[in-house]
Design a protein around this ligand. Structure first.
Ligand code: PGA
Length: 247
């Protein structure tokens, strides 16, 4: 299995930010791990042009479940593909919170994405209240069952475990807590999609940075990271790519 360092730029970046991508490609032309950057939709075409013929993949941050139609402000999976994306993040906690996305909607989006040939990066994660109440594995199990399409394969699905309380806060779970959740995700995925689950990349996300990447990547069943803030700077994301390549 090839590990995956994925960056989520969220609602950050303009054409001027592409210099960071050029720097990343200059410093890490042939990483051992796979690299993915998911910029705002406005930058996908330009970033994909920059990444053409390199080891960097480009992804969207969301897509609509329908292929076209009267959905102002939305972008379809085939549009992402047309713009040069190969992946799409779905069900990020900010989408689930800001846009009230449900597991069923995330599932429908993943079906649409996989249907046009994109890799679906499905995000799940508990809130702080749910963790404090001892509900973490229940929440993860429910989100996984609802959000991951039946028939997903190692080639079409990536799962990102992102505790909501660790996103953008500088706080992370203990390595044991990450290990427990990732093992549970692998088990549940195996029950759902069978042997393919062994090859599905399970990413940890939430305050991953160069200083904690190496220890997180040593946790069993952590096959990469989904990185927010630290993916905006080539030097930080590059250090995470290097840590994952060495893991
Ligand atoms: P962060 O965000 O790395 O800034 O915590 C992670 C994410 O939301 O994907």
């Amino acid at each position: 299995m090839r590990k995956l360092a994925a960056g989520n730029w969220k609602m950050n970046g303009t054409a001027a930010s592409l210099s960071e991508v050029a720097a990343l490609l200059r410093d890490h032309p042939t990483p051992v791990c796979e690299m993915l950057l998911c910029p705002p939709a406005t930058l996908i075409t330009q970033m994909a042009a920059l990444a053409k013929g390199t080891a960097l993949h480009i992804g969207g941050q969301d897509c609509h479940a329908k292929s076209s139609g009267a959905h102002t402000g939305d972008v379809s999976a085939s549009m992402l593909m047309d713009a040069g994306a190969t992946h799409v993040i779905l069900g990020h906690s900010e989408r689930r919170t800001d846009h009230a996305e449900t597991d069923a909607q995330v599932n429908a989006k993943a079906v649409a994405a996989i249907g046009v040939g994109l890799v679906a990066v499905v995000c799940i994660g508990e809130t702080e209240g749910q963790r404090d109440a001892g509900q973490t594995l229940d929440v993860i199990g429910t989100q996984l069952a609802g959000s991951v399409p039946d028939g997903s394969t190692a080639a079409t699905l990536v799962v990102a475990y992102e505790p909501v309380w660790a996103i953008g806060t500088g706080r992370t779970p203990t390595l044991q807590e990450i290990a427990d959740v990732h093992r549970f995700i692998r088990e549940r995925l195996t029950a759902k999609i069978g042997a393919e689950a062994a090859g599905v990349r399970l990413l940890y996300g939430g305050s991953v940075k160069p200083s904690n990447a190496t220890e997180i990547f040593a946790v069993p069943h952590v096959d990469g990271a989904l990185v927010g803030g630290a993916s905006l700077k080539a030097s930080d994301f590059g250090a995470i790519v290097a840590a994952l390549s060495a893991a």
